[in-house]
Design a protein around this ligand. Structure first.
Ligand code: ZN
Length: 353
């Protein structure tokens, strides 16, 4: 066993300390804010309506039911059949339910195959708490950014997203549970986002301030994740409402800097690296930042345009492989509860009016 495959060393004392914090937070139904203040997060907005955050349960914070990569100008409902997508993904969600997973955050944004009709049917069939989103995705060279985003201001874009929050998405009356955005890798010195990507972050900050919705941001790398977090905060938005996706590709230093700013670090490619690497990343966060960490696979999906949706990567690895490995490395049940239940409820919890 060499250095890269060695299991991390968790000390009992560290975990007992963690357990205390996690149990207190879970038992009180409150969350400890970044300044130690208590704020109550009451509901999570699912595709079937609001549910108490405490009922969300074991949640995967970044997965995909369906993706259509044809581009913003060509995608649309004509590209897929709702029933075929539902029947393809249903067995995978049933497998999750058998593993005790009850919350599922669908991170597919508008113009890449977001379809509340599909998610609603899956939620009704399985009883799972499924969240969808509003917002635009600026990753992948901005292929999925609609034309109007280039001409409208950040405020105008945020108006569109707030309208979805208030009135529901398209004709479905389904309200988003979060905002999804994305940025490509930052360029230059100091690293900065492209004009359109920066606009999407400003717009998400405005929309988050107006709605209280959290923002999940796809990031092209660590510098982009940090730049997006800083820009979000500069706009006067709450860092606790910012989730930096794909943080497991950023390295420990970026993870710690982003968590220190008060934002969420999302390790959402669990299963894509050897388990030891994710255990190391999680261990590094345990020292100070276990209350800022989210886990998921970024798996799925019904791939629009491929025969029968192509090959779906299941969502079982965290339950089947990662958590047993984490336990074996010395993690307490309280810590596992924090990572799988407590943190998702805080990240996606909305203060009720
Ligand atoms: Zn994703």
């Amino acid at each position: 066993m060499n250095n890269t495959t060695r299991m991390p060393h968790f000390t009992r004392r560290k975990f007992l300390k963690q357990s205390g914090v996690a149990s207190a937070a879970i038992l009180s139904g409150c969350v400890v804010g970044r300044q130690g203040s208590h704020s109550r997060s009451n509901v999570v907005q699912t595709v079937l309506g609001p549910v108490p955050a405490k009922d969300l349960g074991f949640t995967l914070c970044h997965e995909h039911v369906m993706c259509d990569f044809i581009g913003a100008e060509q995608t649309g409902r004509h590209r897929w059949k709702v029933d075929e997508v539902v029947q393809t993904i249903l067995p995978h969600l049933r497998q999750l339910k058998l593993r005790g997973v009850t919350g599922f955050v669908d991170c597919t944004p508008a113009y890449i195959g977001r379809d509340p009709r599909v998610l609603k049917a899956l939620a009704s069939e399985t009883g799972m708490h499924i969240l969808t989103n509003t917002g635009y995705y600026g990753g992948a060279g901005d292929k999925f950014v609609p034309k109007h985003a280039y001409t409208e201001t950040a405020a105008q874009l945020s108006d569109r997203w707030v309208r979805e929050w208030e009135q529901g998405i398209e004709d479905t009356k389904v309200r988003p549970g979060f905002i999804k955005t994305g940025v490509d890798e930052a360029q230059g010195t100091p690293p900065h986002l492209s004009e359109i990507d920066a606009k999407l972050i400003r717009s998400s900050a405005l929309a988050s301030r107006r709605t209280g919705l959290p923002v999940t941001c796809h990031t092209g790398g660590g510098p982009a994740g940090l730049a997006a977090t800083q820009l979000f905060i500069e706009q006067g938005a709450d860092p606790e409402k910012f989730i930096v996706a794909h943080s497991d590709g950023h390295g420990i230093e970026f993870n710690k800097r982003i968590a220190s700013l008060g934002a969420w670090v999302s390790f959402d490619a669990v299963s894509r690296k050897p388990v030891e690497e994710h255990l190391k990343l999680v261990t590094a966060m345990m020292e100070q930042h276990s209350s800022r960490l989210l886990l998921s696979h970024d798996n799925g999906w019904y791939w629009v345009g491929q025969a029968k949706g192509g090959e779906v990567r299941d969502y079982n690895y965290i339950a089947d492989v990662f958590l047993p490995a984490l336990r074996k490395s010395g993690a307490s049940e309280a810590l596992i509860t924090q990572l799988t239940i407590g943190n998702p409820a805080r990240a996606f919890g909305l203060r009720s009016a």
